[in-house]
Design a protein around this ligand. Structure first.
Ligand code: FAS
Ligand code: PHB
Length: 391
């Protein structure tokens, strides 16, 4: 097979890139390891930065998002037994964010792919990248027991942290930066009415988060030990810990019910540099991982793809390669900004294993300062809602 852009991975990054390239008249083939339903069954992110909302809107992917998503003017913090403190993003920086599940965004992307009869190969095994430095890179894979090859002008790895693309960049070129956090998140989904706002909690027992998917679907998380497994967390124990950590006022508003999904995810930061090697590019989780505290993972995948689709369009429309040549440094500036912000929120809100009473007080003092300073709130607001894309 032959195409202009061969994309590995049909998660949010790969399927959005294919969609945006199509709108620019650029052909692509997407090769995905899992089945379509397996990708759609994943429960992941829930918050879209306003820049991400605008990328999806400009791409004609906004109808269901606007109908079913929930626009928020800010998010709340609770700590030290205080009442919830609302960080008013709209008031501070005139922006918002959208609660809209990644699962629904993925469904919208596949529905749009079906309309345009997109070339997405599911259940492809043994995907490999070949000749990334040549002007004829290719990928090979097996599907249904048949060996296939796609020749392309460019290959884009949108294949997540464990994908095949990043390893095609030699260790002599690739630099990676990593930070493991000494705790995980236990997340549940329940068919109960959510709290009106997203609420992040710092508590001596650990972090908690109240989020949402729709008016009858709530998403909640509590910090847990990396040694925990799901058998350690009955629904009763989860609800008791969540409502304790959210504090009596906010916790008292939580409508509990049976969990319909429960999972534990470890937290880590990871960045791979550069995000380009010859005619191979990497985007999304293939290039970086952030702890979900700052709700940046999915949004970084969208911003990488926004930059790369703009670059490929400039190349094919007019032979202008400036954005292609600047993709890695431009994307990495936004990645490192989000990695730092996610680290800051994680460090501020979680209880670390060796944490002392002094450390807990220092965290609470920083939160008290945040509540007292419009400048500190504005700084957090603009980063949480998402900084402007570079032109
Ligand atoms: P994805 O990992 O989503 O997609 C990569 C695709 O490539 C997958 O479909 C995979 O099957 C495929 N693939 C992998 N290897 C391949 C190969 N060799 N060949 C072909 N295909 C291959 N972010 C948030 O903002 N908030 C959250 O609450 C949140 N929760 C998360 C929970 C979990 C358990 C995980 C793993 C991530 C979470 N994230 C969250 C981050 C998540 O949303 C990612 O940022 C987002 O899915 C990134 O999208 P992609 O880069 O497309 O990567
Ligand atoms: C979610 O709704 O899944 C969510 C929201 C905010 C976060 C992380 C996850 O910071």
């Amino acid at each position: 097979m032959r195409t202009q852009v061969a994309i590995i991975g049909a998660g949010p990054a790969g399927s959005l890139l294919s969609h945006l390239l199509h709108r620019s008249g650029i052909d692509s083939i997407v090769v995905e390891r899992s089945s379509r339903n397996h990708v759609l069954d994943r429960i992941r992110a829930g918050v879209l930065e306003w820049g991400s909302v605008e990328v999806l809107r400009a791409a004609g992917l906004d109808a269901r998002m606007d109908a079913e998503g929930h626009v928020h003017d800010g998010a709340a913090l609770v700590w030290g037994g205080r009442e919830a403190f609302f960080i008013d993003i709209n008031r501070h920086v005139g922006s918002h964010f959208m609660s809209y599940g990644q699962t629904k965004m993925q469904e919208d992307l596949y529905a749009a792919a079906d309309v345009r009869h997109a070339a997405i190969v599911f259940e492809a095994a043994n995907v490999e990248v070949h000749n990334p430095l040549s002007d004829r890179p290719s990928i090979t894979f097996d599907v249904g027991g048949i060996a296939e090859r796609v020749d392309a002008d460019y290959v884009v790895g949108c294949d997540g942290y464990h994908g095949a693309a990043r390893p095609a960049i030699p260790d002599t070129v690739l630099r990676t930066f990593e930070k493991e956090y000494p705790f995980g998140w236990l997340g549940i989904m329940s068919e109960t009415p959510p709290l009106p706002d997203l609420v992040y909690a710092n508590h001596a027992n650990g972090f908690a988060l109240a989020s949402q998917r729709n008016p009858m679907l709530s998403r909640y998380y509590v910090q847990c030990s990396l040694d925990d497994d799901l058998a350690d967390w009955s629904d009763d124990r989860f609800w008791s810990e969540l409502t304790t950590r959210l504090g009596s006022t906010v916790g008292g508003q939580v409508v509990t019910g049976p969990s319909i999904e429960k999972s534990i995810a470890p937290l880590r930061s990871f960045v791979a540099e550069p995000m380009r090697y010859g005619n191979l590019f990497i985007a999304g989780d293939a290039a970086h991982i952030v702890p979900p505290t700052g709700a940046k993972g999915l949004n970084l995948a969208i911003s990488d793809v926004h930059y790369l689709s703009r670059a490929l369009t400039a190349h094919y429309d007019g032979g202008d390669d400036e954005y292609l040549d600047r993709y890695s440094e431009m994307a990495l500036r936004r990645v490192w900004s989000a990695v730092r912000f996610s680290w800051w929120m994680t460090t501020l809100l979680h209880r670390f294993p060796e944490q002392t009473a002094f450390d807990q007080r220092a965290q609470e003092a920083e939160l008290d300062y945040l509540a007292s300073s419009m400048h500190a709130q504005a700084a957090m607001a603009e980063q949480y809602a998402g900084l402007p894309f570079e032109s």
